[in-house]
Design a protein around this ligand. Structure first.
Ligand SMILES: CC(C)(COP(=O)(O)OP(=O)(O)OC[C@H]1O[C@@H](n2cnc3c(N)ncnc32)[C@H](O)[C@@H]1OP(=O)(O)O)[C@@H](O)C(=O)NCCC(=O)NCCS
Length: 176
């Protein structure tokens, strides 16, 4: 299957919403356009203007998958230590996070997830980042296998602040 990975623009927002919402519908999770998913409607202010990154994978101008990368100063604490940051449980010492990795159900098992992980980790390394944080719903088992192939270790768990209060694993990838 041929596909292209490229940096997104604000014009991709409707297609990014379509892909991520398809996954939420698949799993029966609640959609929250006003708050928890607001970043997908406004990629410009949540990602590009804030110095973060967002990519899409597409085929024939149809978006099949999304992924975001947040870049930030290292969180307080030793690498891997659990810390409280802005009222959330986070992984100390991390300086970037993987966000919004979703492949449309009809486009899976063709290597898109792996290619997006290569893109995100490669870009994080190029930006001088050393440790990546990932919080991921415990039910996303295929994602955890994929992350572990990139060296991710499960460090912690928490309840997400989404409308379903989903249980999440916290994973850490050392990029060096
Ligand atoms: C997790 C997810 C992103 C993976 O995306 P994907 O594009 O299917 O990933 P890949 O194709 O790189 O790899 C998936 C599997 O297909 C296999 N695969 C890859 N290319 C293949 C090919 N050409 N033929 C057969 N199998 C293939 C991989 O080995 C892998 O196998 P595994 O499930 O046994 O580990 C996707 O399943 C998804 O969006 N899931 C729901 C949302 C989610 O979990 N998001 C994470 C949020 S934190």
């Amino acid at each position: 299957m041929s596909f292209l990975i490229r940096l997104a623009t604000q014009a991709d927002a409707p297609q990014a919403v379509r892909v991520v919402k398809a996954v939420y519908d698949e799993y029966g999770f609640s959609w929250d356009a006003e708050d928890y998913h607001a970043d997908l409607y406004d990629l410009q202010s949540h990602y590009f203007d804030a110095g973060h990154r967002f990519w899409v994978a597409e085929q024939n101008n149809v978006v099949l998958a999304t992924v975001g990368l947040h870049l930030f100063r290292p969180l307080t604490g030793e690498v891997g230590q659990i810390v409280e940051h802005e009222n959330q449980r986070r992984i100390g010492g991390t300086d970037c996070s993987l966000e919004r990795l979703y492949v449309h159900p009809e486009a899976r098992k063709a290597g898109i997830g792996q290619a997006l992980m290569r893109t995100v980790t490669g870009e994080a390394k190029s930006a001088g980042k050393r440790t990546m944080e990932i919080w991921s719903d415990k039910r996303f088992e295929a994602a955890h296998r994929l992350y572990q192939r990139f060296g991710a270790e499960v460090i912690a768990d928490r309840i997400c602040d989404d409308p379903d209060e989903s249980p999440e694993w916290g994973l850490l990838i050392r990029l060096y």
